[in-house]
Design a protein around this ligand. Structure first.
Ligand code: NAG
Ligand code: NAG
Ligand code: NAG
Length: 179
């Protein structure tokens, strides 16, 4: 009888470990209303920035910066490539720091001072008038090599993250800025 109980407890451990993680940020009260109206909403908890690469032009080279990575969020099931290049246009309101949409536009990113901020819409399927977004930042540990003027983009610096997958929690959830 005792053994039976112990086996039951041991068997229950993997189940508990696979329960969805809880966000580390505080939920604004207005977000609780959105949650109560959309039963299928899964809050974004955290993400992994994978295979981060950035090419930066030399000072006399007029080419655009190029950024490439994949954004994976197991909590919401998102896995999308993200890029910045000469055709990229900010998808945020003018007057705010430029933010760029990933292939899946539920995710956007900001690159500033070697910090990558990832922004993910929370409950993108919600019909609520007020949108919310989770955000979190990583500083990829970059390893760089110079590129010569003979290469496609010309003189510059090609860098990649020496950490292939960088896990991070979303640290805030706020109303999305209005356009
Ligand atoms: C530039 O980035 C966009 C996404 O923002 C992508 O669709 C396009 O293929 C990229 N262009 C090049 C030349 O990589
Ligand atoms: C660039 O190309 C020139 C001529 O095609 C060559 O002489 C030079 O060595 C090349 N430079 C590099 C860094 O590869
Ligand atoms: C995310 O938050 C969880 C729970 O607080 C913590 O255990 C985990 O270490 C955090 N992950 C990262 C990458 O900071």
């Amino acid at each position: 009888m005792m053994l039976h109980v112990i086996f039951a407890l041991v068997a229950a451990i993997p189940l508990a470990a696979s329960l969805p993680a809880k966000p580390t940020y505080r939920l604004p009260v207005a977000m609780l209303n959105v949650l109560s109206e959309s039963d299928d909403c899964v809050l974004p908890v955290g993400f992994v920035v994978q295979n981060f690469q950035i090419w930066t032009p030399a000072p006399n080279n007029k080419q655009s910066i190029n950024i490439d990575f994949e954004l994976i969020d197991d909590s919401t099931g998102i896995n999308t490539p993200c890029q910045f290049n000469e055709t990229s246009v900010s998808s945020g309101p003018s007057g705010l720091t430029a933010r760029y949409a990933c292939d899946n536009p539920v995710v956007q990113f900001i690159w500033e001072d070697n910090v990558l901020t990832v922004i993910e819409k929370a409950c993108p399927g919600s019909s609520s008038a007020m949108g919310f977004e989770a955000s979190g930042s990583v500083t990829p540990p970059l390893t760089c090599v110079p590129t010569s003027s003979n290469t496609t983009f010309g003189a510059g610096s090609a860098c990649f993250s020496s950490e292939y997958g960088i896990p991070q929690n979303y640290t805030s959830l706020q109303p999305s800025p209005q356009n």
